[in-house]
Design a protein. Structure first.
Length: 219
């Protein structure tokens, strides 16, 4: 009979002792939370510095120092400084997509869009996010990241729209509708720093109306 090796013995010991398994899971959970917290701190630091100093004047070393880590550690989380704000920018379009998908399937499309738009706009108007969009617009690297994020969620939104439009058998219809909708929302958010909250809410709601009902005489 072949005796178990050290690795097998460790696994057997862990499976035999529930407390060891619990400790291992707890340690993993703590590590995951720490990694997520550091990532959030990097995103917040980058957003603040981009707003205060501008994108070009902010270095990776600046962002890392503001978050209390080394530049080397920074690259364990992000490949380049333009990627640091992906979480902040992407959360807006992700929130729109998730909220739309969660609305009742029998709810009129316009009402679902308004609900998703209101939730998204409220998030965008939070302190820091609105200012970040103002920095993003004239900064090609950040704008490229934003557009890539929008494109990434287009397929998910197409699935939601396809079910509501009865276009599941013709995915091209849902794809075209999702592309138009994401482009519209992205353009509204592009101008978030130029208008009052009331103006933005009005334009977003009016845009959803055009999306659902067509442009009519304005076409």
């Amino acid at each position: 009979m072949v005796s178990a090796g050290p690795a097998e013995q460790a696994r057997e010991s862990s499976s035999d002792d529930p407390s060891l398994s619990t400790l291992a899971k707890r340690a993993t959970s703590i590590t995951v939370r720490r990694l997520a917290q550091t990532r959030r701190e990097l995103t917040a630091a980058a957003a603040r510095l981009f707003i205060e100093r501008g994108y070009e004047a902010t270095t990776v070393a600046d962002i890392a120092a503001a978050a209390g880590i080394s530049p080397r550690t920074f690259f364990r989380y992000f490949a380049a400084k333009e990627e640091v704000v992906n979480d902040a920018l992407g959360e807006c379009i992700a929130l729109f997509s998730a909220t739309l998908d969660e609305r009742p399937s029998d709810e009129p499309l316009l009402e679902s869009l308004r609900a998703a738009g209101n939730v998204t706009l409220a998030k965008t108007l939070e302190k820091g996010v609105m200012e970040l969009f103002a920095v993003m617009r004239p900064t090609p690297p950040l704008r490229a990241q934003w557009l890539a994020l929008c494109n990434a969620y287009t397929e998910q939104i197409a699935d939601s729209l396809g079910r509501r439009l009865g276009a599941t058998k013709d995915p091209m219809v849902a794809d075209l509708a999702a592309g138009a909708l994401v482009g519209m929302v992205a353009n509204v958010l592009d101008h978030v720093s130029e208008m009052s909250n009331e103006q933005l809410a009005h334009i977003l709601e009016e845009s959803f109306g055009y999306f659902v009902n067509g442009f009519g005489s304005r076409a």
